[in-house]
Design a protein around this ligand. Structure first.
Ligand code: 5AD
Ligand code: SF4
Length: 473
């Protein structure tokens, strides 16, 4: 038995988390065991992200810190995967000389080969080819890498949209969808090992299967729904230009689909949306939101916004704030614009100063805070079915002043809000609270990023869950 350890550092999006699961499974298959302690690792892999400048800096700063380890332990293998690897290729060796392996976004499946070769020949390897037929290697059946109730499943890779600020099409290649049978097999297998919720991942899930003439995305959702034992389905990300009635109807009729959609708007100014090459207007976006809320009242909507895109004036920025006020998102991910290699916006003039970008970000976050708080507050007093994800021991003071350990449970509503609660058999329930169970919870308090509840019943039913849509957010 190989007595070697790997350390895996994942930076970036859910797609990278999924890819890291594949990496970990491949390395475990080679006999490596995972360690959380850098010093004990024989192999260190960094799965990198380059979507914004900050993510790339994070990768290089981590890699820089590995120099002293490599000096002490020259046989240590250091590998860089993901989007920075794809973008930089062998330049990484120049910038970080102690790296042994650079593998791109389509080379994960060849990782065992690379490692064997480096161990044998002590050579450097770089593999960053991008092909029209990217690596859609299926996850090996069997126990999933992490023992969680909720997991990600990639349904497509790459992107064809070429938003002018975005590096993704350049580092992930063209859009390709996985075959529906493979996706269904993978989810069935995950469910066998206790997974209750999947998040289907793609850069633009609405265009799933279109190129290949496979199932449409709503049809895929229908098939995923039939998987017995799977309780909840989520997906991300939807592009507003392709978000249509068929998906809205799927959200209404597919009872396993969670009542949450992430629909990145990026800006509220038509002029900026055009310069971003987003292919929709503010009015079109608002119309789609209105239709969605009409059909699915209570659905939670979150979004992404970029502030300080080149040429964004105060008027453009105010239009974004106006849109936010009209929509009142449940949550928002806001980013300051950063130039990314090969993205057309790098060439745009009228760049906004860092100071102005920071100021706009602050204004936007302060506005959003009110909406998030109000949305959370509106749930106080309602009963929400929570999918329990896990627990941790917390010390609490009981009513006669004794300190004791209680299980603090955590889970999420169908609208993707985190709910924490304590349970110590009061009131007694028919079934035990366990990860993977649906617990009906009365919401008692709202915080900035989570809710606090009191459990009132445990459900284990599949299919439509009582009370699942019984509130208005
Ligand atoms: N600068 C800032 N934010 C960006 N995003 C993508 N590219 C950039 C960039 N160059 C944001 C978008 C996208 C999210 C994943 O990251 O809002 O939806
Ligand atoms: Fe990037 Fe636009 Fe594709 Fe999203 S849709 S990954 S923002 S190019």
């Amino acid at each position: 038995m190989l007595n070697k350890f790997f350390y895996l550092n994942t930076i970036g999006c859910q797609m990278n988390v999924y890819d890291s699961g594949q990496i970990a499974t491949l390395l475990t298959g080679m006999g490596y065991k995972q360690t959380g302690i850098l010093e004990t690792a024989d192999l260190i892999i960094v799965n990198t992200c380059t979507i914004r400048a900050k993510a790339e800096q994070k990768a290089f700063s981590f890699l820089g810190r590995l120099a002293s380890l490599k000096l002490k332990k020259p046989e240590l293998i250091i590998g860089v995967g993901g989007c920075v690897a794809q973008q930089e290729g062998d330049h990484i060796f120049k910038r970080v000389p102690h790296v042994d392996l650079v593998f791109g976004t389509q080379a994960i499946g060849r990782l065992p080969l690379f490692i064997h070769k480096i161990v044998e020949k002590r050579c450097r390897i770089v593999d960053v080819g991008l092909t029209e037929l990217p690596d859609l290697t299926d996850r090996q059946p069997g126990r999933p890498y992490s023992n969680s109730v909720s997991t990600f499943v990639t349904i497509m890779r790459g992107c064809d949209n070429f938003c002018t600020y975005c590096v993704v099409p350049h580092v992930r290649g063209r859009e390709v969808s996985r075959h529906p049978d493979r996706i269904i097999d993978e989810i069935r297998d995950l469910v066998r090992f206790g997974v209750k919720e999947v998040t289907l991942l793609g850069q633009n899930v609405n265009s799933y299967g279109k190129k290949e003439g496979l199932l449409s995305f709503p049809e895929l959702l229908q098939r995923v729904k039939t998987i017995e034992g799977l309780l909840r389905i989520r997906f991300t990300t939807s592009h507003p230009k392709d978000f249509d009635n068929s998906l809205i109807n799927a959200i209404k009729t597919n009872e396993k689909l969670c009542q949450h959609i992430h629909l990145p708007v990026q800006s509220g100014s038509d002029r900026i949306l055009k310069r971003m090459n987003r292919k929709y207007t503010k009015t079109l976006y608002l119309d789609k939101i209105a239709k969605l809320r009409d059909t699915c009242p209570g659905i939670a909507i979150t979004s992404d916004i970029i502030v300080g895109f080149p040429g964004e004036t105060d008027t453009d920025f105010n239009e974004t704030l106006e849109l936010m006020t009209m929509v009142q998102f449940d949550g928002l991910f806001a980013f300051v614009y950063s130039d990314r290699p090969n993205a057309p916006a790098v060439q745009f003039n009228d760049k906004i100063s860092e100071q102005e970008k920071r100021k706009r970000l602050q204004t936007l976050l302060e506005l959003q805070e009110n909406f998030t708080r109000e949305k959370n507050q509106a749930l106080v007093g309602s009963i929400q079915p929570i999918l329990v994800e896990g627990s941790s021991k917390k010390r609490s003071i009981d009513n006669i002043g004794r300190s004791r350990a209680t299980d603090q449970w955590t889970g999420r509503t169908t609208t993707n809000k985190i709910v924490n609660f304590n349970y110590s058999n009061d009131p007694p329930m028919d079934a035990k609270i366990l990860p993977g169970k649906i617990v009906q919870t009365k919401i008692e308090k709202a915080y900035a990023h989570s809710l606090w509840g009191k459990p009132i019943g445990v459900e284990s039913a599949t299919g439509r869950l009582k009370g699942e849509k019984s509130y208005a957010a």
